[in-house]
Ligand binder design. Structure first.
Ligand code: BES
Ligand code: MG
Ligand code: ZN
Length: 491
């Protein structure tokens, strides 16, 4: 999608999105427009509540039709950039129905939110809200796709700032869409090898180095826990390591982004019922997030050192799969009692975070994983759950997330919870029971980071959406890409 800043209010494009506050305030000195909105409101056609839309068509010259989609921004005093993102995405869904290639969205000039913020929110809302995954279905004849959005009516003195913000927005949009596409790709296509190939392609395109290790190399590293999960599948594991060194002067500062990369999770012998299994192609949502994030970071040439690690594999059943009751090793040397083969993600992550600390010399580690159904029970689908051993790290993530409209929430990591992971036959067990499931899963991973400042993001609720919600489209959402980017950028 092409996105451009347009200083003029009108142009040859006859499809316009016009944002309106509740009560009918439009943000431009345009009397006819304002009067029209007042009539829509008076006759009950449109109330400008957040995300509400009203379409208005007028015949221009002979043959030409001009269409306007009015979209509600809600109450003026409650406006935030996230609300702009949502409202614009709702407008774009109306625009989409009209089968046009180009549309303008009028800029929302505010005193309290910067031009940069508003431009990003409009661009993200529009493009992410317009996203569809169409790789495997026939497109209806005559359907055209929106391919250009102009942010119109940007005051001349704001154009430069707007254009700069747009560049960053485009990086983030593209990386988010990249992550969505990875998640939406079915597991028969996106096997570990294919995930590795796509990471490799992303590295070439965005400017980071990619190393792919096969089963023998993973064995040589001693990643026993990871291999136990992988061994049931004919599709071999791939350890994907991505390195971006943009801050050569501070070589010791290395942020590791470790993503759970289960290209499919059947649960193994602790088999999932079909309803719980059907969307498990999304169990590499954490991997998608870290590959997306490092792509944006590298493309933006941020002054930071980032290593992204994905221990990709499949959790499936065969005569060779690991079983409940098994006691397995790990790269750290710790032994793990398997009480549930469906708690597989933490096993792959235990080795992946240990690898990041030990081999990549990470000075801080953030893992991102679709780890527990319990995260959905605790926080629903809007908020990513976080467990950490370092409050400062969390606080920085919180502000990064706040700045881009993503939601995170910290869960406690009190030592009492660690009791639940204790095993009587091994150093630790891989599941701590039903209670506090997101916390115990996180703390399990934390046992393998050595003394590194670490934070765990459980995106089980946020990486996938069953429903369309404003700019969050159905399927993969690209959750955490933007937060990770801003976390690295600002710290
Ligand atoms: N991949 C699942 C978690 C999941 C559930 C992600 C729903 C997205 C949506 C994970 O591997 C898993 O199966 N976790 C178990 C852990 C349990 C056995 C301790 C779970 O949450 O039930
Ligand atoms: Mg599982
Ligand atoms: Zn899983």
């Amino acid at each position: 999608m092409k996105i451009v800043i347009q200083p003029e209010r009108h142009s040859e494009i006859l499809m316009e999105v016009i944002p309106v506050f509740e009560g009918g305030k439009v943000l431009h000195v345009c009397n006819s427009c304002a009067a029209r909105v007042q009539r829509f409101i008076k006759f009950g056609r449109f109330d400008a509540s957040l995300g509400s839309t009203y379409k208005f068509t007028k015949e221009k010259d002979l043959g030409a039709i001009k269409e306007e989609v009015y979209v509600g921004l809600g109450k003026e005093e409650e406006i935030t950039s996230e609300r702009i993102r949502k409202a614009v995405s709702m407008a774009i869904k109306e625009v989409k129905k009209l089968n046009v290639e180009k549309a303008t969205v009028r800029f929302i000039d505010l005193d309290d939110i910067s031009t940069e913020e508003v431009v990003k929110a409009i661009a993200e809302g529009a493009v992410l809200g317009n996203y569809e995954f169409n790789n495997y279905k026939k497109i209806k004849e005559g359907r055209v796709f929106l391919n250009e959005i102009r942010i119109a009516s940007v005051a001349q003195e704001k154009v430069e700032a707007a254009e700069k913000a747009l560049q960053e927005a485009e990086l983030l949009i593209n990386s988010t869409i990249f992550a969505r596409n990875l998640v939406n790709e079915p597991a028969n296509v996106l096997i570990p090898e294919e995930l590795a190939a796509r990471a490799m392609a992303a590295g070439k395109e965005s400017g980071f180095q990619v190393e792919i290790m096969d089963k023998n190399q993973i064995e040589a590293l001693g990643m026993k826990a990871y291999l136990e999960v992988a061994k049931g599948s004919v599709n071999e594991p791939k350890l994907i390591v991505m390195r971006y060194f943009g801050d050569e002067e501070n070589k010791e500062d290395v942020t590791a982004l470790v993503g759970k990369g289960l290209t499919f999770d059947t649960g193994g012998y602790s088999l999932k019922p079909n309803d719980s299994m059907v969307n498990m192609k999304s169990d590499m949502g954490g991997a998608a997030a870290v590959i997306g994030a490092i792509s944006a970071i590298a493309k933006a040439k941020l002054k930071a050192n980032v290593v992204a690690v994905v221990a990709a594999c499949e959790n499936v059943i065969s005569g060779g799969s690991y079983k409940p009751g098994d006691i397995i090793g790990s790269m750290s040397g710790k032994h793990i009692e398997i009480v549930n083969t469906d708690a597989e993600g933490r096993l792959t992550l235990a080795d992946a975070v240990y690898y990041a600390a030990e081999k990549e010399k990470a000075s801080r580690i953030i893992d991102v994983a679709t780890l527990t159904g319990a995260a959905l029970i605790a926080l629903g689908t809007s908020t990513t759950a976080v467990v950490t051993n370092n409050q400062e790290l969390y606080n920085k993530l919180q502000s990064a997330a706040d700045s881009c409209g993503e939601r995170v929430w910290q869960l406690p990591a009190f030592e009492e919870y660690k009791e639940l992971n204790k095993s009587s036959v091994a150093d630790i067990k891989n599941a701590g029971g039903r209670l506090a499931g997101t916390i115990t899963a996180g703390l399990f991973i934390g046992e393998f980071v050595k003394d590194t400042p670490w934070m765990h993001l459980d995106v089980a609720g946020t990486a996938w959406s069953d429903v369309e919600k404003a700019y969050i489209t159905k399927g993969g959402t690209g959750a955490a890409v933007r937060s990770l980017y801003y976390f690295v950028k600002n710290n």
